[in-house]
Design a protein around this ligand. Structure first.
Ligand code: FES
Length: 213
């Protein structure tokens, strides 16, 4: 990890873009890797004509970037589901509702059921493999008492196709009032402008015709 990456950070501008500092490469939704300068602005309102970068449209399109997400600790937000050989940890507040878990392992992740997680519904290794694919970082697991999530070795920004900005690594995230967010090894940030849990994605892009093209 370079010194620049150690200092990598994202600050949220009031009713404006994400201000990204540090040498963080961007993987575009078409898998191209972009190497922008060490400071750049990523569109948060969904309206830029130069996505993923901000072009100032937020100043004219009525964008309300008010942040409503929880600033508490990740551990404090997580619910625990203890099963045989694995404990599933779930932070509902940052889920992007991509459906990786419910679409691919319904025996353990039950859409519409309460409780919706059954940690004994599938083999621990199968659950672990699905959690490692969780885009938003909402899901994690504990084995032998240690909380675990795959990834996060390198700072990275990935633009998910027609969806949010995925941030991985140890990138510091701070609010427009300078207060920090505590985030797991990855999170997904809204870039359609419609989330009800800004700055995090809540899946609103599915319903508001957001396009990243
Ligand atoms: S946040 Fe500036 S154009 Fe979208």
């Amino acid at each position: 990890m370079t010194q620049e990456q150690e200092d990598a950070s994202i600050h949220i501008a009031p009713n404006g873009p994400y201000l990204v500092m540090g040498d963080i490469p961007i993987t575009n939704s078409d898998d191209r890797v972009l190497h922008p300068p060490s400071f750049y602005r990523l569109c948060r309102c969904g309206g830029s004509s130069t996505k993923p970068f901000c072009d100032g449209t937020h100043m004219h399109n009525g964008f309300d970037g008010t942040e409503t997400a929880d600033h508490g600790s990740v551990a404090g937000r997580r619910a625990e589901y203890r099963g045989e050989g694995i404990t599933i940890l779930d932070d509902r507040s940052i889920c992007a509702h991509a459906g990786i878990c419910t679409n691919n392992l319904a025996a353990a992740f039950k859409l519409g059921a309460e409780p919706w997680i059954d940690p004994s519904g599938a083999e621990a290794e199968a659950i672990k493999a699905i959690i490692d694919r969780c885009l938003s970082g909402a899901l994690a697991y504990a084995k032998s008492g240690a909380q675990t999530q795959a990834g996060g070795e390198n700072d990275a920004i990935t633009l998910l196709k027609e969806g949010p900005i995925q941030v991985e690594g140890s990138v510091a995230l701070s609010s427009s009032d300078d207060s920090p967010y505590t985030i797991p090894v990855r999170c997904t940030l809204c870039r359609c402008g419609g989330s009800g849990n800004k700055p995090f994605c809540d899946g609103s892009h599915w319903g508001n015709d957001f396009t990243d093209s």
